[in-house]
Design a protein around this ligand. Sequence first.
Ligand SMILES: O=C(O)CCC(=O)C(=O)O
Length: 290
Amino acid sequence: MNRKNLDFEKYWENGFLFPISIFDEKEALSYRKELEHIEYKYNNSNLLPLPINTYKRVNSQCVMPFSCEIALNKNILDAVEKIIGKDILLWSVEFFIKEPNSKSIVSMHQDLTYWGLDDHQLQVTAWLALSLSNKQSGCMDFVKGSFKNSILPHIDTYEDNNLLSRGQEIEVKIKEKDRVNIILNPGEMSLHHGLTIHGSSQNNSFDRRIGVAIRYLNPKIKQIYAEKDFAILARGNDKYNNFIKYDPPKSLFDEKSLNLYNKIREFQSKALSRGVKENVSLYQGNESVY
Ligand SMILES: O=C(O)CCC(=O)C(=O)O
């Protein structure tokens, strides 16, 4: 959809908006190649303190300049501004990757269940496709209007094929007919509210399904589970200082960024593991076969 014709009222009716064109196919392919180049170099290597999947799966903006560059793209921020206002913090960039014909899924859930954020209206996720995301490749499914609920009960399933760290799943039966398939071409994105019930099925296609989930916050929002939290100022001003601000990384996996990554991980793990019976770490990441 042309960005000029976007009806943001629909976001507040449905809890999501799509498709929104951000990059042409060539630009999307070039970002995909950059990601795959990094994967090729670091998969199954001992070059990094943590597995490469961990860095891809959460806070990649802290250690990978190209991921931060995507998240600070003007077209994306213009759309995000319409939802949360002109002051914008970049909180996390997360790659959700499903290999061709693989069993990975994302169980139906509400994001805000785990994040420890106090004001549910002051955040939004942009999910950008770097490959075709359709029913066959396991696109995201959203439940219309579900964001009007509060946080609903969830259980931890710990299923191996679940891309979520604890296999978090909403304890509400979602009918197949209520799942809206969010079909996106490479370079298109959707926006969704953190209370929107969503998830995705297996990739039954011959290509990888690569999505970049980018979490944005209005600086007024507060982290209430963890003692400290961190963000990059993406646009405007932050007069609240509820988050410790840091700069985009200067180079790929530089020492300073890797140290900061660990610090952020330490604090965010506390928020994420709240109420967990088993001891889980923050996204070790499923093994990628790429
Ligand atoms: O990529 C997916 O299939 C799910 C992503 C997701 O749960 C999210 O962006 O909040």
